[in-house]
Design a protein around this ligand. Sequence first.
Ligand SMILES: N[C@@H](CCC(=O)N[C@@H](CS)C(=O)NCC(=O)O)C(=O)O
Length: 122
Amino acid sequence: MLKLYGGARSRASIVQWYLEELEIPYEFVLLDMEAGEHKQPEFLAINPMAKVPAIVDGDFNLWESGEILLYLAEKYGHLSESLEKRSEITQWETLKRLLRTEKRFSVYYERAIGPIARDVLI
Ligand SMILES: N[C@@H](CCC(=O)N[C@@H](CS)C(=O)NCC(=O)O)C(=O)O
């Protein structure tokens, strides 16, 4: 069963939401981040960056919330066949990474990505 690693209040909730939407069985592994469980060797073997979310799907590990969403969308057949639509998603994901530190960007991102994500991801 797919394992999702997250903290009590972390970006893992984004991935958890999507797993629930897709009705994919998963196990949520709650790390005590205040105690530094995400910096222990067992988790560093999954994500050497010591960040959540991360997933373990069989013998495959993946981290970075955006990549995990795209992986799940593609694996479970919810990614558009259209190259143009998929490129729009990665365009916004790339821009989000570049501008993550700019708070004002999040408003534009939410407005823009919402409609696209509804069309392409579900
Ligand atoms: N770009 C990463 C960011 C991951 C991230 O910063 N996660 C935080 C929790 S929301 C974390 O693990 N922080 C632990 C730390 O920095 O020590 C993603 O979107 O997955």
